[in-house]
Design a protein around this ligand. Structure first.
Ligand SMILES: [Fe+2]
Length: 384
């Protein structure tokens, strides 16, 4: 744990079934007048989201709806949407959807108050002014973006960049488990495993503290217990609710610590091999756990117990191995085929991906074991 620990401000969190039905009232209480809605077009026809938009429309709150959402949002799209928001004289932004919708909403809110293009604010603490009022409503249980201080975009050449600032932390996060019931099994698996990685990497990381640890540990337990259930039966409401709790808690934890090696490698894989985030994180996590084992033995033993492994009988140095194997077992249960080679990554790509991943110093800073470039190459090679 570092000498000083901090906890970023959190949004006001409203969690529970049907909480999204309060959206018009929530906007009015927050004194929003002209709301720009960013919502994945595919969701608009869904009952619950449709009802939410109708309510806002009837309350005269909606300035316009932006419904063309692209994964790894291009900065040009965010800039264009911000201009539309200005044209419609929007004073606030509501983001409804998966991590990409929420990140676009963050970007539009930043540009409404700060001007310029979103790529001007790449990096840490480069946004000078508070973003416009922002309400985030996740429809997947994974990114935790509704409570984090980070958003990820891609530039004209497809390279990803992050904007990290307290100024785009949402004012309010509305989490309605009913919104997540329509998520197909494959997306349920990858978003849930991404949430697991957020919690695990936050907990074993150097910046873990008594302020973040309880959130991360609870999130790990929830994913282990409820992800297979939600995958098997998407309408299992208890499972959906606990997964949404998990992604929220993992988000609260990692926004205060950073993630770790699996995310550094996954971001590189997103750039070099165009692998979607959740999939890339899942494919990298077991080998990153094995690499980190010697630096966080006790913590891996504790994670093992949360994953219902009998780590009490294991020597500490075997705990990370058993956690890595348990993650592989969980992935198999969710029909996720591990091995980067299945997704077009070959030995020829290893050094490029490793260099990109190794260069992400902001993330490695939290990783429990400091790698050399050759270590990152080894982790990626073993994940092939
Ligand atoms: Fe992630």
């Amino acid at each position: 744990m570092p000498e000083h620990v901090t906890m970023n401000r959190l949004p006001r969190i409203i969690f529970g079934n049907n909480s999204s039905e309060m959206i018009a009232r929530i906007c009015e209480t927050a004194r929003l007048k002209r709301v720009m809605v960013v919502c994945d077009g595919a969701l608009i026809t869904a009952d619950v989201v449709g009802r939410m938009l109708t309510q806002m429309q009837e309350s005269g709150l909606i300035a316009s709806v932006l419904d063309h959402v692209i994964p790894d949002p291009p900065s040009s799209l965010v800039d264009e949407y911000a201009q539309l928001a200005r044209d419609h004289e929007a004073d606030s932004v509501v983001g409804i959807g998966g991590g990409s919708s929420l990140d676009i909403a963050k970007g539009v809110a930043v540009l409404l108050r700060n001007g310029g293009g979103i790529s001007d604010y790449a990096g840490v603490d480069t946004v000078p002014h508070q973003a416009a009022s922002l309400i985030l409503v996740p429809t997947t249980a994974g990114s935790g973006s509704e409570v984090t201080n980070v958003a990820v975009y891609s530039d004209d050449r497809g390279n990803k960049f992050g904007v990290v600032t307290p100024h785009h932390i949402a004012e309010i996060a509305v989490l309605d488990p009913l919104l997540t019931t329509g998520l197909p099994p494959e997306q349920t698996a990858f978003t849930g495993l991404d949430a697991l990685a957020h919690a695990l990497e936050s907990y074993v990381g150097k910046y873990n503290s008594f302020l973040t640890e309880p959130y991360a540990l609870q999130a790990i337990e929830y994913v282990a217990r409820y992800l297979p259930r939600a995958y098997e039966d998407g309408s299992d409401l208890a499972a959906r609710e606990h997964l949404l709790r998990a992604s929220l808690l993992a988000g609260i934890s990692f926004t205060n610590t950073q993630t770790g090696g699996a995310h550094a490698c996954a971001l590189a894989l997103g750039i070099a091999a165009k692998l979607p985030h959740g999939k890339a994180v899942t494919l990298m996590l077991p080998e990153v756990v094995r690499f980190n084992g010697p630096a966080a033995e006790e913590k891996f033993a504790r994670i093992g117990r949360l994953l219902s492994l009998d780590t009490g009988k294991l020597s500490a140095d075997r705990a990370a191995e058993s956690v890595a194997a348990a993650i592989e077992h969980l992935a198999a249960k969710l029909n996720v085929e591990l091995g980067l080679h299945r997704y077009g990554v070959t030995r020829d790509h290893v050094s490029t991906i490793a260099e990109l991943a190794f260069g992400n110093e902001r993330i490695w800073k939290n990783n429990p074991r400091e790698p050399a470039l050759e270590d990152v190459e080894m982790i990626i090679s073993r994940s092939l």
